[in-house]
Design a protein around this ligand. Structure first.
Ligand code: GDD
Ligand code: MG
Length: 343
């Protein structure tokens, strides 16, 4: 049995002002017409039954998530009392899914990435599912790195063929290390998708990070009372699955992805998906740009007009306007932190 688990509780602070706490990145149509969350589910439906597709999200986003996905049973939206990063998120998914389906392969996906070539994606998933079932490895998908990104995990591979062995998994290395990985030719980016059997996820979590599972197992053993979950969940360490498990496990395998992938992680990454005009400008919504070049405008309800602008990203929302240099788009995170600190 093949089960998909989509992690969809992230905050997406890098897309302010379009993304907000109540309207995170996966609820937005960053590329194309469908939201990233809907696109992720659409992509799976040809090869997964709706009743085998689960979403894990936080209490605050659960109602909107169910409304956006009428094609899935409401009970398949699993709810974390609060966001504590992806290791607790997947431990909870495991504990709940085991109650309904004692055996099977779990395919973990992020709700916030873009994937080209759906047929190739589903074919690669099947390769990973077969490998996880027969060889009992924790299977990841490797993307050939094109620049020294420090926001991703890197997997050092060995061997040849459709499934490679992994020598080491390193989450978010520093810049110098990322440069060395890029040059080695043996390192792949981790696409943030994982395939493993329910049993292997349980075994490996118990071996490498038991504290992320123990409070949940105790809660289940105690009858899984809904009012007891928040307390159990609050005891789990705030850790990503990459640090908690993937860096530590010695049973990691890699399927080199044959599909195109982007984590659509920032405004400049979104701009890349859209056709620019002869001056390098890209406009969504209503805008007039005079003698301007390499600007991107994500308009809202108003007309945006500019003159003599260069290398800017402009995002207009009814209650906030972002204007930033294209090479400073990562500062959006700092803006959001400042806003949160100021209350
Ligand atoms: N339900 C839930 N709860 N989902 C969460 C939580 C949580 O507490 N935290 C994050 N997520 C979701 C996000 O919405 C996203 O879809 C996914 O989990 C990954 O979380 P990110 O916070 O975006 O992780 P990352 O981008 O820093 O790193 C991961 O992805 C990279 C590729 O995009 C890692 O797996 C890296 O190794 C990988 O390279
Ligand atoms: Mg991400």
């Amino acid at each position: 049995r093949k089960i998909a688990v989509i992690m969809a509780g992230g905050k997406g602070t890098r897309f302010w002002p379009r993304s907000r706490a109540v309207r995170p990145k996966q609820f937005l149509a960053m590329v194309g017409e469908r939201t990233l969350l809907n696109a992720t589910v659409d992509r799976l439906l040809p090869s997964f039954k709706a009743e085998d597709i689960y979403i894990v999200t936080t209490e605050a986003l659960a109602a909107d998530t169910r409304r956006m996905l009428p094609e899935l049973p409401a009970a398949n939206v699993l709810v974390e009392p609060e966001g504590r990063n992806t290791a607790p998120c997947l431990a909870l998914a495991l504990a709940l899914i085991e109650q309904r389906t004692p055996e099977g392969v779990m395919v973990v996906l992020s709700a916030d990435s873009w994937i080209g070539d759906n047929d190739k994606f589903l074919a690669d998933i099947q390769v990973a599912v077969d490998h996880a079932w027969r060889k009992r490895d924790l299977v990841t998908f490797g993307i050939r790195p094109t620049y020294p990104e420090t926001g991703y995990g890197y997997i050092e591979t060995e061997g040849q063929g459709p499934v490679l062995g992994a020598q080491a998994f390193r989450e978010k290395p520093n810049y110098e290390t990322a440069v060395a990985y890029l040059e080695s030719g043996r390192h792949f980016w981790n696409a943030g998708m994982f395939v493993w059997t329910l049993q292997d996820l349980r075994d490996e979590l118990l071996r490498h990070c038991p504290e992320v599972l123990a409070p949940l197992d105790a809660w289940i053993a105690d009858g899984a009372r809904p009012d007891g979950l928040a307390q159990a969940y609050g005891r789990l360490p705030k850790l990503s699955i990459d640090y908690a498990l993937m860096e530590k496990s010695e049973r990691v395998a890699v399927v080199p992805a044959s599909f195109r992938w982007s984590d659509v992680g920032s405004w400049p990454a979104v701009v890349e998906f859209h056709e620019a005009d002869a001056s390098g400008n890209m406009v969504q919504g209503d805008a007039i740009l005079i003698e301007s070049s390499n600007c991107a405008v994500f308009g809202g309800k108003r007309l945006v007009a500019g003159s003599g602008l260069e290398n800017l990203i402009i995002v207009d929302e009814p209650d906030a306007l972002l204007i930033c240099r294209r090479d400073r788009a990562q500062d959006v995170k700092t803006i959001v932190e400042r806003l949160a600190a100021d209350g």
